[in-house]
Design a protein around this ligand. Structure first.
Ligand SMILES: Nc1ncnc2c1ncn2[C@@H]1O[C@H](COP(=O)(O)OP(=O)(O)OP(=O)(O)O)[C@@H](O)[C@H]1O
Ligand SMILES: [Mg+2]
Length: 347
């Protein structure tokens, strides 16, 4: 089911939690709704669910305007951060609950609950109570319960936040598998950029109630439309500094980074991802101020004419604190942004 959001707005007094949002989510896609705390993600999801009434704008599920339709008639499945399972019920009873509530007969409800349990790989645990399950298993029960009514849309609000790092990764892969198996149009809210990038068909990055960019993950990472998106995506964060363009070259302080043409002289904000530097004999000389080993990579802190920067290098590089080495920037990896923060190009 395609979801179309038109000029969707939620105001609390003068404050706009969601401000004129336009977004189309294609049938069967998983869209990650990503942004910092307070940017309006949950408010958006709650309006889609019918739990929060929009101040302005429209929501369409397929051709149907659902803006004024109550939640129970929207055919949505909802999963929240806290699993909200019924503690006194078994896994089976929890999954069956929405059907029993809808007066589906018990035999059929049981069959469908079993089908869902199989889908989320929990069929062996039907007699357990929630407290006898791990966090990841509890969240899979919540997903089975959300899907048992065969909704047209699945809405997930930070479903993995209560899980530890390893379980988070396992469960997000599970969610992606289940979503693709069922083919259900899904919106997945998270503030974790890596999580969003790894499982989404497309990501919508929000800031202050406004969608900053809507793109497939890789394109968004490589071609951010503005500084906010460039800084929000990527770990460790992109290096940013004030760069000067003059005499056909880009400078960081007195250091010439790249010769270019076709750009007017002036000051720009430059962005270089830590992995976009490369150790190179003909590069500029720098000194390692600080070296951090992260396992696969070395994160080396250095200054380039007083500008503090970081390079992500392969861990087999033999560099220690105080060590001298030479760096260049990979072709086409210097992003320049104008005074408004809009990306003007990569050099
Ligand atoms: N009932 C309300 N009255 C006034 N302001 C509200 C209300 N509900 C939410 N807000 C504000 O709207 C903004 C968006 O809130 P929302 O819950 O959508 O953020 P979020 O992106 O989900 O953040 P988080 O990542 O912390 O969950 C916040 O600044 C919040 O304080
Ligand atoms: Mg939220």
């Amino acid at each position: 089911m395609e979801i179309r959001i038109e000029n969707l707005t939620k105001a609390y007094g003068d404050f706009r939690a969601v401000d004129g949002m336009n977004l189309t989510i294609c049938d069967g896609e998983l869209v990650g709704l990503l942004g910092p705390s307070g940017c309006g993600k949950s408010t958006t999801l709650f309006m889609l669910a019918g739990l929060t009434e929009p101040t302005d704008g429209k929501i369409f599920f397929g051709d149907k305007d659902v803006t004024k339709i109550p939640p129970e008639e929207r055919e949505i499945g909802l999963v929240f951060q806290n699993y909200a399972l019924y503690p006194h019920m078994t896994v089976e009873e929890n999954i069956m609950f929405p059907l029993i509530n809808r007066k589906v007969n018990k035999k059929e409800a049981k069959e469908r609950a079993y089908e869902m349990a199989k889908l989320v790989h929990l069929e062996g645990l039907m007699d357990r109570k929630p407290k006898a399950l791990s966090g990841g298993q509890q969240q899979r029960v919540a997903i089975a319960r959300a899907l048992v009514k065969k909704p047209k849309v699945l809405l997930l609000d930070e479903p993995l936040s209560n899980l530890d790092a390893k379980l988070r990764i396992e469960t997000r892969e599970e969610i992606r598998r289940i979503q693709q198996e069922v083919g259900i149009t899904t919106i997945f809210v998270t503030h974790d950029q890596e999580e969003a990038m790894s499982i989404s068909d497309k990501i919508a990055v929000m800031d202050k109630g406004v969608v900053q960019q809507y793109e497939v993950p890789q394109s968004m990472y490589l071609e951010p439309e503005n500084l906010f998106v460039a800084q929000f995506l990527g770990m460790p964060e992109i290096n940013t500094f004030s760069a000067v363009v003059k005499d056909g070259a880009i400078y960081c302080g007195q250091v010439k980074l790249r010769e270019i043409s076709g750009l007017s002289d002036g000051t720009y904000t430059a962005g270089i991802r830590p992995e976009s530097f490369e150790v190179r004999e003909d590069g500029f000389a720098v000194e390692a101020a600080h070296v951090r080993m992260t396992g696969r990579d070395l994160l080396i802190y250095f200054t380039l004419d007083k500008e503090p920067l970081r390079v992500l290098a392969h861990s087999d590089l033999q560099i220690e604190k105080g060590g001298a080495f030479k760096l260049g920037v990979r072709q086409n990896q210097i992003m320049l942004f104008d005074a408004d923060g809009s990306m003007i190009g990569k050099y």
